[in-house]
Write a protein that binds this ligand. Structure first.
Ligand SMILES: *Cc1c(COP(=O)(O)O)cnc(C)c1O
Length: 394
């Protein structure tokens, strides 16, 4: 069967929750993807920030294959070595104390919210606590994650979701202060907003939120699912600021391609929130996922991934700035490291479709923003290749 025939079958069988681009990807190598007919594409999306190390990395593949030959899954009622190693490495990499592994980002958010609600419940025995979240935020599609997601259209049909959530304006500290009351138990935010349009938190803002949390014993939950894992030039994006979250979430790139997520806690929150029986998962922290995280973190170090992000990220920033100066319909350029966006004064679907025709994979963030989320191993030459095609498409 060819791509066209597979797409027809998909349209008849899959639930229609996505408007997909008319491509069937078959395999990848380095920073390139290949479709079923063998056409080559430069990839500036990497599965939405998942394939940080690029495709078909031998050491990573071998580690997974070895684990598959041993065991995939044991249940969390027993220990498995890959997950223990992954927990040790990930807590150190993140600068947090304890971790709970999940299978996805949304599940990590669910766990983070449950931990915050339990912490507040342990303090006063009440269960009417409130959470502050932000406009333009995106935290996932399960009911709890949806409850703290800023875009009303994503939530409306499913409300009421969880306990009261109040939305403040991102990068506006006063709007947060106004919403704080004695029922506020947590503030949840992305360090750099992804899906909502690539908005980095300003230093004064994130440090201000952190201080407000400390002063009021409110837990700060940082969602690093997209912006973390080196993407913004430090292991986690919050490391660039004078803050430390009480709970943080990670997913997407942390497994290097295998579906995994995690929420991490400080010892203080871990000791005063979820206990045995409060939370669980069948698959979370399985041996295959553990092996994937363990090897991904090894390769981050041995391949100096974060150094590359800083070097190439700076170059990408300069090159996109040039492009922003060349076209009147580009109204803003934002981002950090290898997480950047160009905002246009019109929808960008046509630009993205033209890019795909020319062998460049890009994705939007909101309707008017082209988002750049390449594998973290890209080179300056890859950036030049991308900008040359992009100019033809604008
Ligand atoms: C992708 C994303 C999520 C949800 O992750 P899933 O694995 O799709 O459930 C949550 N938060 C942020 C910031 C994300 O980018």
């Amino acid at each position: 069967m060819n791509s066209k025939e597979y797409i027809e079958l998909a349209e008849n069988k899959l639930l229609h929750t996505y408007n997909r681009y008319q491509i069937v990807f078959d395999h990848g190598d380095g920073v390139y993807l290949y479709d079923l007919e063998g056409r080559k594409y430069l990839d500036f999306v990497c599965g939405i920030g998942v394939y940080a190390l690029g495709y078909n990395v031998k050491e990573y593949n071998d580690a997974l294959k070895d684990q598959i030959d041993k065991i995939l899954h044991t249940s969390n009622y027993y220990y498995n070595v890959p997950a223990i190693k992954a927990a040790d490495k990930l807590t150190k990499f993140a600068g947090m104390d304890r971790v709970f592994f999940t299978n996805s980002g949304a599940e990590a958010i669910e766990g983070a919210l449950k931990a915050a609600l339990k912490y507040a419940y342990n303090k006063d025995g009440c269960n009417d606590h409130e959470i502050i979240a932000f406009d333009h935020s995106f935290h996932g599609r399960t009911c709890g994650a949806l409850a703290v997601t800023g875009k009303k259209a994503y939530r409306e049909a499913f409300e009421p979701l969880i306990s009261k959530v109040n939305f403040a304006e991102f990068n506006d500290l006063e709007s947060v202060k106004k919403l704080i009351n004695k029922k506020t138990c947590a503030i949840i935010m992305e360090t750099v907003q992804g899906e909502g349009g690539i908005y980095p938190a300003k230093k004064e803002f994130i440090e201000g939120v952190y201080r407000l949390c400390k002063e009021n014993d409110i837990l700060l939950i940082l969602d690093e699912i997209q912006c973390g894992m080196g993407r913004c030039g430090s292991a986690y994006a919050w490391h660039a600021f004078d803050v430390r979250p009480d709970i943080m979430t990670t997913a997407k790139a942390v497994g290097g391609g295998v579906p995994v997520g995690a929420f991490l806690l400080t010892e203080r929150v871990a000791e005063n929130s979820l206990v045995a029986g409060d939370h669980g998962t069948t698959y979370g922290g399985n041996a295959l996922a553990g092996a994937a995280i363990d090897k991904t973190l090894d390769l981050f170090e041995s391949k100096h991934i974060i150094d590359n992000v800083n070097k190439v990220g700076e170059y990408l920033y300069a090159e996109l700035d040039k492009i922003a100066g060349e076209y009147a319909d580009i109204v803003d350029h934002r981002g950090k490291g290898l997480m950047q966006g160009l905002e246009f004064d019109h929808p960008v679907a046509d630009i993205i479709n033209r890019a795909l025709e020319k062998g460049l994979v890009l994705i939007n963030a909101g309707t008017n923003i082209v988002r750049f989320l390449p594998p973290l191993v890209i080179t300056k030459e890859n950036v030049d290749e991308m900008t040359a095609i992009l100019r033809e498409c604008i």
